[in-house]
Ligand binder design. Structure first.
Ligand code: HPA
Ligand code: ZN
Length: 326
């Protein structure tokens, strides 16, 4: 298809990617063997068969279990490098990745082990391909705010290599307001913040992320469409929504990609772009998301180009860096 080459050749950024969610079954098995970790799955097919999620929580249970194979700094390097290679192939020229340190520190892995492995891979990708990146440390919202403060304390020595903070994991029952004081502390450190909101949670959570957490972007945000007033505000503020179409279908936010509101959101003037979220678990990387959306939602060339443009508009790059690509 001629549009596939447009998708392939367009420079783009990715702004919503959990590095732990890029752990492919092949690497999960390889690391399990390398580290002597016992998995509950016999082979790759058994792992893939488990990727039949009914909602966000059923995915998270597997995502956290999979992360158990990540033990050494080299494991975090290998994981990150595999993602960066794929991103480079997709002509992603700038990526902003989430990592969930609490997933690892809770298992007794040192913060430094996690951070150093990821950081070294990001630096290598910049040196090798000029692929620039930002690293966003995410707090797990199913844990307490006090636990968030604890991991933030551990991050202090590494802040020169951490570019912002985020909030992920189980959304329902864990509103942004639960983390208002923690986010105030992040702002005091002069770093930008984002939060997952309006993926499974209601529009009120998007309002809280905007007003209480003062976020620079909303991750997902698709349920904002349930409030006309909220949509008006998001359009007026040109607030970026980091939409993840294949993720939304796999986690049953929408039962079919044809029902996904991406195109509608674009037409409304919302600052949306396409991201892969957890590509190993949701059936594809960023170009796979573009290709599937183009087919299901009948996106035009102009739509594809606008989505890529929006991905630069919302990126934490200088105007000079953006000018290289726009
Ligand atoms: N939503 C919430 N938490 C997550 C996700 C997601 O899509 N992926 C990894 N952690
Ligand atoms: Zn996410």
């Amino acid at each position: 298809h001629p549009l596939d080459s447009l998708i392939q050749q367009l420079p783009k950024t990715e702004l919503h990617l959990h590095i732990e969610g890029s752990l492919e079954p092949e690497m999960m098995l390889m690391l399990a063997e390398r580290n002597g970790v016992t998995l509950n799955y016999a082979d790759i097919d058994a792992i893939r068969a488990a990727y039949d999620f009914k909602d966000l929580q059923s995915f998270l249970d597997l995502y956290y279990a999979g992360a158990d194979v990540l033990i050494h700094e080299q494991d975090f390097y290998d994981l990150t490098w595999a993602y960066l290679k794929k991103a480079h192939q997709d002509h992603v020229v700038h990526t902003e990745i989430f990592f969930d340190p609490q997933t690892h520190t809770m298992r007794g892995i040192q913060f430094a082990t996690v951070y150093n492995g990821i950081r070294r891979a990001l630096d290598d990708a910049q040196a090798k391909w000029g692929l620039t990146s930002k690293l966003i440390m995410s707090f797990l919202r199913h844990l307490s705010e006090a636990e968030g403060f604890e991991v933030l304390e551990q991050a202090i020595p590494y802040l020169s290599g951490i570019d912002g903070f985020g909030l992920d994991s189980s959304e329902k029952g864990h509103p942004p307001s639960k983390f208002e004081r923690l986010y105030a502390r992040c702002h005091a450190l002069n770093l930008p913040v984002v939060a997952h909101a309006g993926e499974e949670g209601p529009p009120e959570y998007v309002y809280e992320a905007l007003d209480l957490l003062q976020v620079k972007r909303i991750d997902h945000g698709v349920r904002s469409l349930e409030s006309e007033a909220l949509v008006k505000r998001l359009v007026a503020e040109r607030m970026p929504l980091t939409v993840c179409p294949l993720s939304n279908v796999r986690l049953k936010v929408y039962n079919d990609l044809k029902l996904h509101p991406l195109k509608k959101m674009l037409d409304m003037g919302l600052a949306v772009m396409i991201n892969s979220d957890d590509p190993a678990y949701f059936g594809g990387y960023v170009n796979d998301n573009f290709i599937a959306c183009r087919a299901a939602l009948d996106l035009s060339d102009a739509d594809i180009v606008q989505l890529a443009k929006n991905s630069f508009e919302a990126a934490w790059m200088s105007d000079a860096e953006k000018a290289k690509w726009l």
